[in-house]
Design a protein around this ligand. Sequence first.
Ligand code: BGC
Length: 996
Amino acid sequence: MAARKDPASKQGLLGSTSTEHHADYSSDSDDNVNVNNNNNTSEYPNRRQRQHAKRRTPLTNRAPSFQSLPTCKSWLARRSQCWLMCVAFGLILFVILLVGGGLGYKTIITGEPPYGLSPPWYPSPKGGIAGTWYESYRKAALLVSNMTLAEKVNITTGVGWQMGLAVGTTAPAVLVGFPSLQLQDGPLGIRNADNVTAFPAGITVGATWNRQLMYARGKAHAIEAREKGVNAILGPCVGPLGRMPAGGRSWEGFGSDPYLQGIAGAETIKGIQSEGVMATVKHFVANEQEHFRQPWEWGLPNAISSNVDDRAMHELYAWPFGDAVKAGVASVMCSYNMVNNSYACGNSKLLNGILKDELGFQGFVMSDWLAQRAGVSTALAGLDMTMPGDGLGWANGESLWGKELSRAVLNGSIPVERMDDMVTRVVAAWYQMGQDNQDKWPRDKGPNFSSWTDAKMGVTSPGSPTDQQEVVVNQFVNVQANHSVIARQVAAEGTVLLKNEGPVLPLTREGLRKRQNNANNTTSSDKIKIGIFGEDAGPIPGGDGPNSCKDRGCNQGTLGSGWGSGAVEFPYLVTPIQALRKAFDSSKVQLHEYLSNSFPSSPSDKTVMSDLDLCLVFVNADAGEGFTAWENVRGDRPDLFLQKKGDALIQSVAAKCGGGFSDVVVIIHAVGPVILEHWIDTPQIKAVLFANLPGEESGNALADVLFGHVNPSGHLPFTIGKSLQDYGPGGQVLYLPNGVVPQQDFSEGLYIDYRWFDKHDISPRYEFGYGLSYTSFEMGNATVKTIRPKSALPFPRLDALVPPPEYSTDIPPVEDVLWPEGDVEEIRKLDKYIYPYLTADEASAAVSAREKGEKYPYPEGYNTTQPLSEAGGDEGGNPDLWLLQAKVSVDVRNTGKVAGAAVPQLYMSWPESASAEQTKKVDFPVKVLRGFDKIYLEPGETRRVEFSLMRRDLSYWDVEVQNWRMVMMEGLEGDNGDYVFRVGFSSRDLRVEVRW
Ligand code: BGC
């Protein structure tokens, strides 16, 4: 299919494109790829901007490498051969593009996608049906009804990559006083900014299992965002869920279980939004791997399709988004990948059906950066805001919306009602957060930092080649307050003690508890000698500081976070060695530091080695977002092994520390599970701490745990298997394309992580939920109380509590979108900046197309109104799903000698021979997490812990009825008929059981 370079033909009445299924990627997604050929890298004014260049460089931009020139004669002789080769090459390329982009969804190797195509779901449900948003929609309607079409387009379309100071910027609606919105990454702090906190990553937060900390971190993050002039944080991240342990971005989320992700995401959102900042939960949905996540980044014209069945979608991948919506999230970011062969940002079943109707989402759907792959059809499918505004190529200034959206409304392709709903959703979210309060949100101040330069002075639209005046872009406002306290607490509580024999931990300031020094007469040789090994204990070698790799895209020095848009500039990073030097009493302890992964082997080292009383070894494994790679880690890890020869280092230390007789403690920083099998059973290795990704307070938090100032209470938010294969076929990243549209079938359905291990009876090394403490806990006295009697289905859906705003459906006058003239509205046009305006000719062409009755080729199913879901009806879905159904209570007792926090976890099993009507067998996981708490107990103290189970927790998604269904086994008491609730301290350490 020929590339259509003219943006006018991309959109609008006839030229526009895709239906939502295979034609979706056959249209704008591939045949209109406008690579940023015009980009001159000299335009990038600074280091950070260069960092972004990589992601923007299309493959087609690569300079060819030339061999020596042939002589004229040989050239003539080979000319025909050459032509033939060129033609053949061209043909192959053409066929690839044709197949990938146009002719169908058939894949080269796997044949048709097994789950077929994503069904159509129209029309897009309007926002404004939830009582909780009533006031915000009322105010929004007043504002929107006074907006021009150009203003509406401004609010829904980003101004372009690097056209504002934040990573995403919308234009204002000046006449009605609605500001430009500033959107900034990411889930662990304010990206690309100075003087902000580098919080621990999501995976560390998940490992705390501490709701209060989840909330507190979100709140602190939002305070920093507001003080930096950011309206919306691009986080939290609850997708990827962690289906594949090697997936590159799972660390941005909270762990490989939907319930844990859901609670952690919701608490983070509540924390963020308590400060009036919009949270953006991302990436909706099934964005589980980095390879092929978006077109062209991996050399293919299309992104991967995650093929997910209806039950797995509901019970796993969309589940945490349900919690986010229930928590009142302002925005949802749709993901790059396709879902069931339709791009997530143009997938009407996902956006209109699941998100807006079934989950009752009241905020706005924002695209991931360049995840919008078509124009009109994405609006119809439920997308409300396109980011960063450019269409199919970075910084090309050719939006799929912008002026094309104006055109599509004028020519009648996009119903006025849909346009109004898009903008109303954004404005309502702004009111809902209280951002109309000018004391907290001074109008038109914008961010006080630039994402693109560290210098004080710069231009506000560095993405535009147009000359601009330099202004102050970085005011260096320090917003960190005392947030390091929260960062440290999260990092400490998110550290998981995996092994502690002896127990060798906690250490004392004097070194080891078991060997006493002669306190009165300590000579150097009498000191306890402790060896610290591994690059991961120290700073980046070479002294460049923790930010020396762009977007943290390398593994050097101690690992504080993964890489990509989910990383921030560290204001500082307390390395483990810094903290350890302080923590040990230097009059009693002598540290021997080997901050490299090469095992020391000089004769003098050997002598020292044999004399060591204790060794601490630091190792790690890193990963990140697919736009950059480090060594062989192209976003996703290629395996689950420790990196930089970490296993060999541990084994050497264990063999040589104190001549092989001294104790060894291993500390791991990692983005996810790592294989420990090479050394975990080595007798000298007495203790292992899994410190996840601790952020700026890394060393301090680690010392807190190592020395027992904080009793470890972290628990694994994923399973540590004995091999990558143990995670099953669904746990494997697809590293090589299996088609022009790579197909990733989620055939394992519900069985990821511990559910897979349970189903196939595979012993993990450390199971999901596992974590030791310096004390011990017991549990007993479990009871269950029925709050509401069991019933199979929720109450029938109620009518909307309030009606959505009504506006005139008349198509606005062309004057609304014409380029402003004269000095009244001065516009200094910036090249490549995205404007909503049309020329008079363009506008009248749009109107005349409409008048001639030309019709946009609406997607299949567009004219069939879908029935509303019985699972919907309010924000978060049918309110009945969120009503308390049963309560389980247990006593937890601290039976050890020190105070500490326990993490009781409730796992539910559905009735065994579960069949809803006893006619069909329903497949259920052996158990699923359905409750957790974190309680602090003094030695000997007992507390009663209560777990609340809502209807959704007790239900499965019945694909036939299309609703959440509880299992009713009336008359079948006992083993077969009951729900089983087991409570314990991990998914395999279940101490008590009650039946219901
Ligand atoms: C990432 C998003 C991020 C966005 C803006 C994308 O590449 O996938 O998570 O929010 O960039 O930086």
